[in-house]
Design a protein around this ligand. Sequence first.
Ligand code: ZN
Length: 461
Amino acid sequence: MTLKLKDTFSGIREFTPFSKSEVKMYTCGPTVYDYVTIGNLRAFITADILKKSIKYLGYKTLHVMNITDVGHLLGDLEDTEDKLEKSSRIQNKTVWEVSQFYSDYFFDAIKKVNIDVPDVVSKATDTVKEQIEMIQLLERKGYVYKTDTGVYFDVSKVKNYSELAKRDLNAQVSAVRDKVVLDKTKKSQWDFRLWQTAYPNHQMQWDSPWGKGFPGWHIECSSIIHKFIGNCIDIHTGGIDLIFPHHTNEIVQSKSAFGDPFVNFWVHNNFINVDGTKISKSLNNGYKIEDLENRGFNPISLRYLYMIAHYSSVINFTFDSLNSAQEALDKIYMYLKLNKGFYNKNASVDPVYKEKFVSAIENNIDTPSMLEVLWAVFKDENLNVPVKIATLLDFDKVFSFNFINYISEDKLPLDILKLVQDRKVARQNKDWVLSDELRDQISSKGFLVIDTDSDTIIIRS
Ligand SMILES: [Zn+2]
């Protein structure tokens, strides 16, 4: 068997990387004008599981991601506002401060759900030179035109634009028109901005052959891919909301500049709903990782919850479902904790289960089936305990549920031991308020408290 992966545009195909030595992946990164939510995190968890699955199958990977810290306009003209500029105005900080703050926040959040930081992370503002060069190349090839407000990509120069968009563009018009202000100087409404000029109040401005201004959103991903990987990549990931226009525009501009092929596989994850509805500012249901932690959840349980469904289907997030995910994980954690004496580094992985696990991965990263194999191992009472532990740890190379933490020796720092002791006394005195306070203090220092019937277990989280 080999890996079969679903490409958004052509369906399930056998995965063969362009280069045998390394799988080259790109992920559209966060726009750093607000806190990353559990909704946004699904895309990054999906990319992380995909990458770790590919590594598990024996490939090396090169993973690149951008940080959108400039140019995310809601429409074409100056009467629409750049999301970063808007946050900067509301918070009375510079755009650079805003983007640094939310970027730092993003990396803290992904660490909590065990997402590996990609090998290369590039801010859009660090590649403005390359973006200008790419626009110049497109200009030399006759794909762009200039208006009073900017430089645009002329989609009429690309034969299959609407086919790429895979939707009826006309039907989209009214929906989009309500939300964004279109530049009347454009030849066609689907022409997209590569460089914005005539926007004097924008804090971020660079000199360019077309005048002072700043790049559009789509061009940064194409430029960053070209700079750090080259003309073609094996896998490009992102949420399905990015398919059109962002990824369609990446495709046309990259192929027009650098030729075929550009991306071998497009992998798009679906949305999450919260309590059955879409995440929205007005409902205030775009939870952050701290919102889960403050309710006593281990952030890793979100990772587990997202794996229960395939990345291509919608997930409904509720605190009840998160609780079930956490309870499921706690069962395994507890087992590992209680059986850590049986841990043997040299024990072998069970070959039958490993084969099933590999098959599930190869079936388009079938995470529900991967979890089924995990539970089959867990429940198999005939499996020798060291082999069971070795197999769980082996699968965790993909899952990243922190299994290893539960079998390693605990050497708790003295201040934590003191808090644990105080909490034990508080619990004996049935002082639950103090006990909860002490639990919070312990977890704020990076340790997880699990109470069992007979004992309290403290684990580095
Ligand atoms: Zn992108």
